[in-house]
Ligand binder design. Structure first.
Ligand code: XUL
Ligand code: CO
Length: 447
């Protein structure tokens, strides 16, 4: 296998395989901290982090925003004669980029990879043709599919919802599209399949039967799961929470809401959470909080790695660069047992005015380095034990005696009340937050 893949044309000329050069390097096209083969806590960095490149942001998004035109004129689109040829060239560009970067995975929506046809049947044929090509490319490069998904939000038919649309005909079309996307994911040996419910929510309760829509969503997910399992899909299904945008109130608001939904409808055996940092922020939560919440429920699955802009209220999908955030995220992920089917998918886009081909590389390099630093800091937190031991000791009164009996469910309220009356004085014990934050900062500096 070549060092990296080049298809019919090299789309990122002058940029070769990105290597590790260490923290002192001033080469913008080299890793400073991400050293794929380096072992941290008994496992290689690449196996901890399982980086994926997002097809949609990296090879489809063109820099257009609600106020202005495209600023990223993709050569793989402009050099093609028709949409199918553009899709093939885009795939060449994608595999060239992913292999030069050294990411092991990618993720895609059906419509990122293959254009929508005039009929559902034509759309499916387009997807099958590109899936066959992707399969060849995966074989040639060793790049793997982290997860597939269906775009159920761009087309005008989804304006009133996808699986929650009040018209049955739209729901049936959604099923047609999701079935094809599941087939493509299975064909490409995808390790997961994601449902992000962009249009699954509402703008006004005056025109919405909320209970019926949620029931429809659950019925649809059950049908999709049953189909995929019957086809032999062994991977994980993910729900990706987001509170708003594009709808005002999305049903998959945040991690806790999704956990409740999955358990209520009995979907918690097959579905897990795909947690996106920017979505956590929009829900008013820390990224770390969402990861920890999923882990506590045993439903942590995968991550859409990005960051938001705390001073505005929409999904800016910037590349992650805060070591503090990545350290806390990796601390939650490591304690959850690390990734199994999931990984760190860069659901992130370069800024509209980042117009050099190298910018896409530098953005990913920065994100990968940020998670490598976070991984090492998280590993230090765990091996030094100071922070986890502090937390363990904080709950020590539940480890033995009456506290342990309470945890087992052996004490009634009367029992507890009697003990409470006897105890009299209660503890006024410091939570030591400032000390723990200082310790975390020491680990961030590698101390
Ligand atoms: C949108 C978003 C999506 C999902 C996949 O905010 O995050 O790209 O990750 O549909
Ligand atoms: Co996402």
């Amino acid at each position: 296998m070549a060092d990296y893949f080049v298809g019919s044309k090299e789309y990122f000329p002058g940029i070769g395989k990105i290597g590790y050069e260490g923290p002192k390097s001033d080469n913008p096209l080299a890793f400073k901290y991400y050293d794929a083969e380096k072992t941290v806590g008994g496992k290689k960095m690449k196996d901890h982090l399982r980086f994926a490149v997002a097809y949609w942001h990296s090879f489809c998004a063109d820099g257009a925003d609600p106020f202005g035109a495209a600023t990223h004129p993709h050569p793989w689109i402009s050099d093609a004669k028709c949409p199918m040829e553009a899709a093939e060239h885009k795939m060449d560009a994608a595999f060239e980029f992913i292999t030069k970067l050294g990411a092991e995975f990618y993720a895609f929506h059906d419509r990122d990879m293959a254009p929508e046809g005039a009929t559902p049947g034509e759309s499916e044929k387009n997807l099958q043709a590109l899936t066959a090509k992707a399969k060849e490319r995966q074989k040639a490069t060793g790049v793997k599919l982290l997860w597939g998904t269906a775009n159920l939000f761009t087309h005008p038919r989804f304006m009133n919802g996808a699986a929650t649309n009040p018209e049955f005909a739209v729901l049936a079309l959604v099923a047609n599209q999701v079935k094809a996307a599941i087939d493509a994911t299975i064909e490409l040996d995808g390790q997961g399949y994601t449902f992000w419910g962009g249009r699954e929510g509402y703008m006004s309760l005056l025109n919405t039967d909320l209970k019926r829509e949620k029931d429809h969503l659950a019925k649809f997910l059950i049908a999709a799961r049953d189909y995929a399992r019957a086809q032999g899909f062994k991977g994980a299904f993910y729900i990706e929470p987001k509170p708003m945008e594009p709808t005002k109130h999305q049903y998959d608001y945040d991690t806790e809401t999704v956990i409740g939904f999955l358990r209520y409808y009995g979907l918690d055996k097959d579905f897990r959470l795909n947690i996106e940092a920017n979505h956590a922020e929009l829900a008013g939560h820390d990224f770390f909080h969402e990861l920890e919440t999923a882990a506590a429920a045993g439903l942590f699955g995968s991550v859409d790695a990005n960051r938001g802009e705390p001073r505005n209220g929409w999904d800016t999908d910037q590349f992650p660069n805060s070591y503090y955030e990545t350290a806390l995220a990796m601390y939650a992920i490591l304690r959850a047992g690390g990734f199994t089917t999931g990984g760190l998918n860069f659901d992130a886009k370069i800024r509209r005015n980042s117009v050099d081909p190298a910018d896409l590389f530098e953005a990913h390099i920065g994100g990968m380095d940020a998670f490598a630093v976070g991984l090492e800091a998280a590993s230090r937190i765990i091996t030094s034990g100071k922070i986890p031991d502090f937390v363990k000791d904080r709950y020590a009164s539940f480890d033995t005696g009456d506290g342990a009996k309470f945890e087992k469910g052996d004490l009634t309220l009367e029992d507890l009340a009697k003990l409470g009356g006897d105890y009299g004085a209660f503890g006024v014990t410091s939570g030591k937050q400032e000390r723990l934050e200082n310790i975390l900062n020491q680990y961030l500096l590698g101390l």
